[in-house]
Design a binder for this molecule. Structure first.
Ligand code: AMP
Ligand code: SF4
Length: 480
């Protein structure tokens, strides 16, 4: 049990970070390929990015706030020599967003130089950090990932792989981790496999094949690598001068792959947990049309998150698909809002309706999820103001009623509209003529979860592991 008191600030800026990770071993252009891989994973985190490379003797690392393509200019990439690399993109919507939390984080210890990049969230990081601090460790960041480095540095094991094993056995929660040492890459996944970690191979002219790892396979597509499978839950893969070894550092648990990766987070062109995301989303839309049909003239997606599901809804219902909301993709973090007050400016910046396609129409509006409900309300209003006669909102997952403790940024339960209001009340709040969500069975079916290997905790409130709620209560509320 944590000794943190209720209401006391935790040492971590936030416990729900969404991220993308990448690793490569055995390619002279490791930094350039890591850059391209991270560019393909940019949607998983836009706040900061970093690459660390190893040249056999030394680790070189550059991390900065901002987007991958802005940080890694040719001059910057030239400062990253070596044939193996790891990379990270980080997203954070609140709290401490300073550079010291950008990854890869690195440390020099008795096992040499080690850098780490992490996707996920450690559910016992608060207690571990308190114990480490009481024992004299000094932390540089407010990121839970730094705990892993301290555990590695303090391990009595003599080899890096042994120390990592030691550390991995002490941490709990969701982690897809990529480590870099002077001469090797080591990757590992938590025993439930919450977050994805795909493995691929890249042909190298005149040499042995390079090995790559990434949160999503879209990173492999860009660099021309072939997807060969996933790092398994509870598995550690070590690649160094002596070759590759794969081992289970612990007994794998029942898998609990994040279903939200398929609902929203991953790119539709990725294969995640061995399944194509676009196919899952189209199935969600088809199933939604069967579960919640409505008489309408057009099916309109909220771009980009609702596109594949809307295509499915349209195909199943026979109602024509229309791209009647157009998204501006170039809204950067540095956009300066004019001082003059403009109503609903935030949503207008991103989306603009095509009046010609909406005027006088009964519209089925398809989006992936409702969190607080505020965006949905603005979009429904936007569609109605563009002349739609009726707006029927269809959501391609069940109501989000519980926060995620495994690395997806969700607000606390009291801010989740579906945790506190009935579907009828939400329908009134978002000002839709009707509102309906996909059922849990529908979601299971859409992600082809025949074996019950997915997590649905944000839709059910049943968590597959112990979780720390509000930093003090430990609870295991059963499997999904
Ligand atoms: P809201 O106004 O809070 O209901 O926002 C819902 C919108 O946020 C939906 O269109 C989703 O596509 C998007 N969304 C849902 N979950 C997340 C997340 N974890 N991070 C960023 N955007 C999200
Ligand atoms: Fe994914 Fe939801 Fe489970 Fe978090 S709680 S891992 S978002 S399914």
């Amino acid at each position: 049990m944590s000794s943190w008191e209720a209401g006391e600030e935790t040492p971590f800026d936030k416990l729900h970070e969404e991220c993308g990770v990448f690793a490569i071993y055995g390619h002279q252009e490791a930094a350039n390929l890591a850059y391209l891989g991270l560019f393909a994973l940019q949607h998983r985190g836009q706040e900061s990015a970093g690459i660390a490379t190893g040249d056999g003797r030394k680790i070189h690392s550059i991390r900065q706030m901002g987007h991958v393509a802005d940080i890694f200019t040719p001059d910057v990439l030239n400062q990253l020599p070596g044939d193996h690399a790891i990379g990270h993109t980080r997203y954070s919507t609140s709290g401490d967003t300073v550079l010291r939390n950008a990854q890869p984080l690195s440390v020099t210890c008795s096992k040499g130089q080690v850098a780490v990049a992490h996707n996920g969230n450690l559910t016992n990081a608060i207690e571990l950090r308190r114990e480490l601090e009481e024992d004299g460790s000094i932390f540089q960041s407010t990121s839970d990932t730094e705990v892993v480095l301290h555990l590695v540095a303090r391990s009595r094991e003599r080899t890096l792989a042994g120390a990592l094993r030691d550390a991995l056995l002490q941490i709990e929660g969701a982690f897809s981790l990529v480590f870099l040492a002077e001469d090797r890459v080591i990757v590992a996944r938590d025993p439930h496999g919450f977050r994805p970690l795909a493995m691929g191979q890249l042909e190298v002219s005149g040499g042995p094949t390079a090995t790559v790892f990434a949160s999503e396979t879209c990173a492999f597509d860009l660099i021309g690598a072939t997807y060969v499978g996933d790092v398994k839950p509870g598995e550690m893969v070590i690649i160094g001068p002596e070759g590759m070894t794969r081992e289970f550092y612990t007994t794998p648990d029942t898998p609990a792959h994040c279903s939200f990766e398929h609902v929203y987070f991953s790119r539709p062109d990725s294969i995640v947990f061995g399944k194509t995301v676009a196919e899952s989303r189209e199935r969600m839309g088809r199933r939604l049309a069967l579960e919640h049909p409505v008489e309408a003239d057009v099916v309109v997606p909220v771009p980009d998150s609702g596109v594949s599901a809307a295509i499915g809804y349209s195909a199943e219902s026979g109602i024509p698909y229309r791209q009647a909301l157009i998204r501006n993709h170039y809204v950067g973090r540095t956009f300066i809002e004019p001082s003059q007050a403009i109503r609903d400016f935030g949503v207008k910046l991103k989306l603009n309706p095509v009046r010609h396609l909406l005027e006088g129409k009964r519209v089925v509006l398809v989006d992936d999820s409702i969190v607080r409900g505020t965006t949905s309300r603005k979009i429904v209003r936007m569609v109605r103001n563009a002349g739609a006669r009726e707006v029927h909102l269809r959501i391609s997952c069940p109501p989000t009623i519980s926060p995620c403790y495994y690395g997806v940024d969700t607000p606390s339960q009291n801010e989740l509209i579906a945790a506190n209001h009935s579907i009828k009340e939400i329908e009134e709040f978002v000002e839709a003529d009707s509102l309906a969500y996909l059922s849990l069975d529908g979601l299971r079916d859409s992600v082809r979860d025949q074996d019950r290997h997915f997590c649905y905790a944000c839709y059910t409130g049943r968590y597959p592991t112990l979780v720390q709620i509000d930093e003090i209560v430990l609870a295991k509320t059963g499997c999904c």
